[in-house]
Design a protein around this ligand. Structure first.
Ligand code: ARG
Length: 469
């Protein structure tokens, strides 16, 4: 709950000293961030404990003072977690809410915590600690979904489905191969998050408002307490840039873009026209008017949510664009898009991780669909090449055979030998092995190909990769 305090600035605002009138009530609410930045309380407190410990380590405050501050902050954290903390809009943000409460709890000593620090380096530190945690959680969520896909792939290596280009039947592929394509996208997403984490894990503390501080601080010490890779090298940059947030949101937008592609396929596949899969009822909803409907809401919603994550990326780029050095209040606007990006991504990965292992695969329907659309035409062309015909000529001959098939309603595999020989005399009875879906799929037997043996090997390698992370 957030309360409004109406006291005079000089008594309530940590910065009240310079002011002669209190803040306009609407301006106070308008400029406050406590409604959303309270989510940073754990990281704010962790940052403050590290800062206080560093101040004691360097003799800027005493060990007793440090102990009182740390105990006070831990008590505040417990209060927050038990719901015994009343957030105040008059105290603007998470930093001032916690500091004011600290002073209330432990008295004068609490006023020393902010020595050699500013909210500018504090908020940038909080945000980096928060994002580092969230990246770690998201990597686990990705791993869970990737694992589910790899297990489906291993199980369904022999399952035949039509592979598409232009959403037209192209060649038969293994359903497992298709699942591993999704997994490969998610693995790159994982790599992107890990790479982003390196640039997130740099400590702004010590930059203070913008120029550093006149106190003999030890930034390496606080960085090591907070598990940062090290302190930021330039104080102006440390307090002002939010490129790490933007970079994360770009990685997030790519993940959501991938999930939107998976979603689109699940929606298509569960339609009566495709009928390749069945989503369990618990991931679907019905229609309030049409009794027969079972709608694939989960993938549809994830597909929709990808739009808002891309929107957050754009709003953050626009937020940062043209900001002069160093900190500007504009940056308070970084949090809501970031938080919503994290929440949306977390939810989407979770629901996909829950849903994918439960998807029912309709093997016969997939195989029947793969038989349509002359999906083995390329195999016939390759066969002719192996019999000594140049590929371009083979392409032309098979094109004529396909036209004949369209006119007579026959797939290549059901034409007689004589019918096929009308297109090329080199065709013999061994052609029929090539024209089966199994033959076509198994022939693509090289790294990255769709042959079931390759799919099994790729699934095993992916399983090992996931295990070791
Ligand atoms: N609530 C602020 C933010 O989110 C904290 C930093 C405020 N700094 C300042 N100089 N007003 O960016």
């Amino acid at each position: 709950m957030v309360s409004n305090m109406t006291d005079d600035n000089s008594s309530t605002k940590p910065w009240g000293g310079r002011f002669t009138e209190s803040t306009d009530a609407f301006v106070e609410a308008f400029t406050a961030s406590i409604d959303f930045d309270q989510r940073l309380y754990r990281h704010d407190i962790a940052g403050s404990i590290a800062h206080a410990s560093m101040l004691a380590h360097t003799g800027i405050i005493t060990t007793e003072e440090c102990s009182a501050i740390v105990a006070g902050l831990q008590g505040i954290q417990a209060d927050i977690e038990q719901g015994n903390f009343e957030w105040s809009v008059a105290l603007e943000d998470i930093h001032m809410n916690i500091e004011a409460r600290l002073i209330e709890r432990i008295g004068e000593t609490g006023k020393k915590l902010h020595t050699g620090r500013s909210r500018n380096d504090q908020v940038a530190t909080d945000l980096r600690l928060y994002l580092r945690d969230e990246i770690d959680g998201l990597c686990s969520a990705l791993k869970r979904l990737q694992t589910a896909l790899v297990e489906i792939a291993a199980r369904e290596a022999d399952t035949i489905m039509p592979g598409f280009t232009h959403l037209q039947v192209a060649m038969p592929v293994s359903f497992g191969h298709h699942m591993l394509a999704w997994e490969a996208m998610l693995e790159r997403d994982h790599q992107r998050l890990l790479d982003c984490r390196k640039r997130v894990n740099i400590m702004p503390l010590g930059a203070a408002a913008l120029a550093g501080t006149s106190f003999p601080i030890d930034r390496a010490y606080s960085a090591s307490l907070l598990d940062f890779d090290g302190p930021a090298g330039n104080s102006l940059d440390a307090v002002s840039d939010r490129d790490f947030v933007i970079e994360f949101c770009a990685a997030a937008a790519l993940i959501m873009m991938h999930l939107s592609r998976f979603s689109e396929e699940l929606v298509l596949w569960s339609s009566a026209q495709f009928d390749f899969i069945e989503l369990p009822d618990r991931f679907c909803t019905g229609s309030s008017i049409m009794p027969q409907k079972k709608n694939p809401d989960v993938p549809e919603l994830v597909r929709g949510k990808s739009g808002r994550v891309t929107g957050h990326l754009l709003s953050l780029l626009m937020l940062m664009k043209s900001q002069p050095l160093a900190y500007n209040k504009d940056n308070q606007e970084d949090k809501e898009p970031l938080f919503d990006t994290v929440d949306t991504l977390k939810g989407s990965l979770r629901v996909f991780g829950d849903m994918m292992p439960t998807v029912e695969i309709k093997h016969a329907n997939m195989a029947a669909a793969a038989k349509q659309g002359f999906s083995t035409a390329t195999d016939l062309a390759d066969y002719l090449v192996r019999k000594g015909i140049a590929f371009r000529d083979a392409h032309e001959l098979v094109g004529r055979a396909v036209r004949h098939g369209v006119e007579t309603g026959k797939d290549l595999s059901v034409m007689t030998l004589q019918e096929l020989q009308a297109f090329s005399a080199v065709i013999d009875t061994d052609v029929f092995a090539v024209l089966t879906l199994e033959g076509s799929m198994s022939a693509r037997d090289h790294t990255g190909g769709t042959a079931p043996a390759q799919v099994r090997a790729a699934a095993a390698a992916a399983r090992e990769r996931l295990k070791s992370r």
